[in-house]
Design a binder for this molecule. Structure first.
Ligand SMILES: Cc1cc2nc3c(=O)[nH]c(=O)nc-3n(C[C@H](O)[C@H](O)[C@H](O)COP(=O)(O)OP(=O)(O)OC[C@H]3O[C@@H](n4cnc5c(N)ncnc54)[C@H](O)[C@@H]3O)c2cc1C
Length: 482
């Protein structure tokens, strides 16, 4: 049994319902309503359709992937998956609290959920937890990479995919000295990350040559890749529609209603007409990213998912021939750069300060400007880094990473018998998207996904104020469904 998301102290404080994995096979197709059409919800929808189930996909936006899956750093980063929580994180976080440009900014709120999350995070800041969490993240990452390749092969979706690997460059000798140790940890879990000299790095990605005198070395993993999560997700959602899924965009999910044992219905409201609707199904999957937490509160369930705000800037390329095609991680600023066709995407930084999606505050502006400034330093003249006032057209964006204290997503069952969760993918939802959808569809179908991963409510105890149910679903005939 692998480590779950609830610490031992939680286990003593809350009523726990140990649910054990049971094979459940369905003779007839059952109906699923999937709440949330980001990469995770859409991927879940796709794999449930593949297994012959009926699917309704609900989202408040007018299309899929218009929230956190919209403009992320584009990396399929199986190998660079270290969790935020490590033994050095508490001190660094404290130090960083006083800089607007720090990679991780804790902005204290009068919000118990934030402090509780912070305490759970602190409990993960040790070597044992770090290794345990890395093991699961790598396992899900490589399973998911295979799942992504299979979906691409089956559908032919084109999303500016580049299979050129990810390179991590260092500008500081002390940090680079630690790179070998970090690579060794990853290698223990089967990841082929290798340390490379500056010259090797320049051979791998000549676009770094203008910045070469600042680089002291790097690491590289050839098997990683990059591509546009929004484009992929929207095309997959459209294919779900073509395969018969009911796509309900433009609907706010207001609440879940349960009878204490199972979800009876979900209440949604059409954003345009204001008309309220009630959705019934045999089973429900919550995949609402950071908003999973408030939604589950409507049925008294608590999950440790808290928003981690991040920013990106997408810049038109001026010199495509000199732009990188290997995806990058900048160690000093902890930001990532990926090429998407004729654009360069730079993204990063984390702010733990609630559900704040503003882009026009002084802090947000500073963080966005920092991203663009770094692109000009590293790849001078390659992309249009002018501000709108100077005639440029940088596309700034921010999103809320659905973060768990371990960085491990919650994939599995909740303690209401027809309610499943696929959320909390934090910084790696694009990387883990295809596999998380496949894994949940497999669990629902009574199959055990082929990876060493602790599934929520199945391998680990879950927390609830309710009495638990065995994982068994009854199919109702289609005629009885609303
Ligand atoms: C700056 C940044 C860079 C990143 N870079 C990478 C990267 O390079 N690689 C990587 O693997 N990951 C990356 N990520 C993480 C990744 O983008 C997320 O983990 C992933 O998008 C989460 O997907 P999701 O489907 O869970 O959430 P979302 O994409 O947010 O989907 C949830 C959906 O639920 C809907 N929803 C929520 N609440 C309601 C409601 N009440 N009613 C109706 N609809 C609702 C939303 O509209 C949304 O469409 C990055 C994230 C950020 C912010």
């Amino acid at each position: 049994m692998l480590a779950g998301h609830i610490s031992r102290s939680d286990a003593q404080n809350f009523s726990l319902i140990p649910l054990h994995f049971e094979a459940a096979s369905f003779d007839t197709a059952i109906s699923f309503t999937i709440l949330g059409a980001g990469i995770i919800g859409v991927s879940t929808a796709w794999h449930l359709l593949e297994r012959g189930h009926e699917v309704t996909l609900v989202d408040r936006q007018s299309d899929a992937a218009l929230e956190t899956s919209f403009a992320n750093a584009a990396q399929i980063s199986v190998s660079y998956c270290e969790p935020w929580a490590n033994k050095d994180a508490p001190l660094k976080t404290l130090k960083w609290m006083f800089s607007d440009e720090s990679p991780l900014l804790f902005r204290p709120q009068l919000d118990w959920a934030q402090w509780r999350w912070g305490l759970q995070f602190l409990a993960q800041c040790n070597d044992a937890a770090f290794e345990r969490n890395v093991a699961q993240l790598v396992a899900l990452g490589s399973y998911s990479h295979n799942a992504l390749k299979a979906v691409v092969a089956a559908t032919g979706i084109d999303y500016h995919r580049l299979e050129r690997g990810i390179a991590h460059y260092y500008t500081d000798q002390k940090s680079f000295d630690g790179a070998a140790e970090a690579a060794a940890v990853m290698q223990r879990f089967g990841v082929k990350r290798r340390v490379v000299s500056r010259n090797e790095l320049l051979a791998i990605e000549p676009a770094l040559s203008a910045f070469a005198d600042r680089i002291v070395g790097g690491t590289y993993t050839q098997s990683d890749e990059s591509g546009d999560a929004r484009s992929f997700t929207q095309q997959l959602a459209a294919l779900c529609g073509q395969r018969g899924a009911r796509l309900m965009f433009g609907h706010d999910i207001e609440r879940l209603d349960s009878d204490g044992h199972e979800i009876r219905e979900v209440r949604v409201r059409d954003r345009q007409s204001g008309i309220a609707r009630v959705l019934k199904a045999d089973a429900f999957v919550v995949a609402c990213g950071s908003y999973t937490t408030p939604l589950l509160k409507t049925v008294g369930l608590s999950v440790p998912i808290y928003p981690g705000k991040g920013y990106s800037a997408t810049l038109p390329l001026l010199k495509p021939a000199q732009a990188p095609s290997v995806s990058m991680i900048d160690d000093q600023l902890k930001i990532a750069v990926s090429r998407l066709g004729n654009q360069l995407r730079v993204a990063g930084t984390i702010e733990l300060g609630g559900f704040d999606l503003t882009l026009d505050t002084p802090l947000a502006k500073k963080r966005c400007e920092m991203l663009v400034r770094r692109i000009e330093q590293v790849f001078p003249g390659v992309a249009d880094t002018r501000t709108p006032e100077q005639g440029g057209d940088p596309q700034f964006w921010c999103g809320l990473r659905p973060a768990t204290p371990t960085n491990i997503p919650l994939i599995g069952r909740l303690p209401l018998k027809n309610l499943w969760i696929n959320a909390g993918h934090g910084t790696l939802g694009w990387t883990h998207g295809a596999g998380s959808g496949l894994a949940l569809a497999e669990l629902i179908s009574g199959e055990r996904p082929a990876m060493a991963f602790g599934f929520h409510g199945i391998d680990a105890p879950v927390r609830s104020s309710r009495k638990g149910q065995t994982p068994h679903l009854q199919a109702t005939p289609p005629s009885q469904r609303a």
